[in-house]
Design a protein around this ligand. Structure first.
Ligand code: NOJ
Length: 542
């Protein structure tokens, strides 16, 4: 049955768990996580109850951007294992009813990909047109477009007297999607992975594939949805997959196309409107600003209401590019446990497919390393650029501590032994020093742990249809402390009430929920129903 015909859409009540393979579990002592390590931890994931694992890229790569620079789409990087290990992982996960979602990086390849090595040889090489080139003169750039990781988006190749276009690092040349041969090669590769039993795909920066550099267009280019529909038709629609596009430029209007229930594009997209809220307007993520809470409520509400019945949301606070949510919008001090659970309850009560990023289910926190201990090229490039431009070092470090991608990339904290049980070697990046307090071992069997709160939320989503079906109404819109909403279908009403801050406040919805059943909360007992304690969160149903 194709995705289009399958009305059941298994991924609607699924919960996805993202693994960043190099930081999850090392099995061979080289200090880098690998596929065999993930296999070893499948029991843990089975206990949590997730339905799918999104694996950040494991294909062959020089690792300039930790695997988002692929040099062979049909091979596994030796650092992670080999294709047999990947097949073993798919088979092992299947025993737990868990599907494997691969990360497809289709906007660009590595500059070490065979296609690019050929493309660079001459203008009439058959692979030349696989990439985006402009004739020119050295030092006279085609235009002033910048790469996401700093510097120009154009790189000079003297042998050809041409520049090639790269939206990310110079080692990540952009593919030319206008070329039908490129698209065909990509589809064949995807079908090859589907044949191996892959359960879905996450599509890296997919809104940037249809670029028009001469017009300065990177995302949402004119041919974007034409390309995506062809991609979907030629590949995904031949299986029963979950597909999720990464789309920084998505609005609800555009997301309705991406997640059209007719299955013509993807299952859903990651949108990032809420993610940019705590930065100064018109500036970069490093330019910090306090979170405008009322705006957060408005934005999340808009996505909930606009996609209801005509699209599908993905729900996430975290991924491998974002700081840890408990440190960012929760409280990683006194109320770490309460606030981590509150954020989980708030998100999992919404309509959409939730994504949990490794360690989020333990309340893992940000780190505050010295610059030498960071590994991420984005952090290192920004540090250099800003310190050279005269920014104060303390301010640059404050930004890195708040927003740096390595916050999410420190090793998974399994137990309180050396290196948190992640590796017997030297970890590729330092372990967060709080691993003796925050680790999986201490939480799995503790009914009051953050882990067990996530586990219960996953179960509730499967037990109560209202999580999948219910419509969404924001309550107490202008309340400065409370994020509350109602979900409703033809059988039930559900209330989600969260105190987003660290003060005890009056509970304004006491009467409304007096005849409802409480499904989950983040405090042991309710002694006084007229108040909400710091970060208190509850879900009621009737
Ligand atoms: C988005 C990925 O999530 C990020 O980690 C990567 O650096 C860029 N795309 C480039 O592929």
């Amino acid at each position: 049955m194709t995705n289009t015909e399958n009305n059941a859409k298994w991924w609607k009540n699924a919960v996805v768990y993202q693994i960043y393979p190099r930081s999850f579990q090392d099995s061979n002592g080289d200090g880098i996580g690998d596929l065999r390590g993930i296999i070893r931890r499948m029991d843990y994931l089975g206990k949590l109850g997730i339905d799918a694992i999104w694996l950040s890229p494991v294909c062959k790569s020089p690792q300039e951007d930790n695997g988002y620079d692929i040099s062979d789409y049909q091979d596994i990087d030796p650092m992670f294992g080999n294709v047999d290990d990947m097949e073993a992982l798919i088979a092992e996960a299947k025993k737990y009813n868990i599907r494997i979602i691969m990360d497809l990086v289709l906007n660009h390849t590595s500059d070490k990909h065979r296609w690019f090595e050929e493309a660079k040889k001459s203008k009439d090489n058959p692979y030349h047109d696989y990439y985006v080139w402009r004739d020119g003169r050295e030092g006279v750039l085609p235009n002033d477009m910048k790469g996401v990781f700093g510097g120009s988006a154009w790189e000079w190749v003297p042998e050809l007297n041409q520049y090639y276009f790269h939206q990310f690092l110079p080692q990540q040349p952009d593919l030319n999607w206008e070329n039908p041969q490129v698209r065909k090669e990509i589809y064949d590769m995807i079908l090859w992975w589907m044949d191996k039993g892959v359960g879905g795909f996450r599509l890296d920066v997919i809104d940037q594939i249809a670029k028009e550099p001469d017009q300065g267009i990177t995302n949402n280019g004119p041919r974007l949805h034409e390309f995506i529909r062809e991609l979907s038709r030629e590949t995904f629609q031949k299986g029963d997959l979950i597909t999720v596009g990464e789309a920084w430029g998505a609005t609800p209007e555009i997301a309705k196309l991406y997640s059209n229930p007719d299955g013509s594009e993807f299952s859903m997209v990651f949108q990032f409107e809420h993610i940019g809220l705590d930065q100064q307007e018109g500036k970069e993520k490093w330019d910090l600003a306090p979170l405008p809470f009322i705006k957060l409520k408005k934005i999340l509400t808009r996505w909930q209401t606009e996609l209801h019945g005509c699209g599908w949301n993905s729900l996430f606070w975290n991924n491998h590019d974002l700081p840890r949510i408990v440190s960012r919008w929760g409280n990683d001090g006194e109320y770490r446990v309460e606030s981590a659970k509150m954020l989980a309850i708030l998100l999992h009560g919404m309509q959409g497919t939730p994504y949990i990023y490794q360690g989020e289910e333990l309340g893992m926190t940000n780190v505050q390393y010295d610059i030498e201990d960071y590994r991420d090229v984005e952090i290192l490039n920004m540090y250099k650029e800003r310190t050279e431009a005269g920014y104060a070092r303390e301010d640059v470090m404050r930004s890195i501590h708040a927003k740096g991608r390595d916050n999410a990339r420190t090793p998974m904290q399994w137990d309180d032994t050396e290196n948190a049980g992640f590796t017997e070697g030297t970890p590729w990046i330092k372990v967060n020093s709080n691993y003796q307090e925050i680790n999986a071992k201490s939480q799995v069997n503790d009914p009051d742990s953050i882990f067990n709160c996530y586990k219960k939320l996953i179960q509730l989503r499967k037990e109560y249809d209202i999580f999948v079906e219910g419509d969404f109404t924001l309550l107490l819109e202008e309340d400065e402390n409370i994020f509350a909403y109602q979900r409703k279908n033809d059988k039930q009403t559900m209330l989600v009430i969260c105190n987003f801050f660290d003060q005890t406040i009056k509970m304004p919805l006491e009467e409304k929920c007096s005849d409802m059943k409480m499904l989950i909360g983040n405090y042991d007992k309710i002694e006084d129903a007229s108040i909400l304690r710091p970060y208190e969160a509850r879900i009621y149903v009737k």
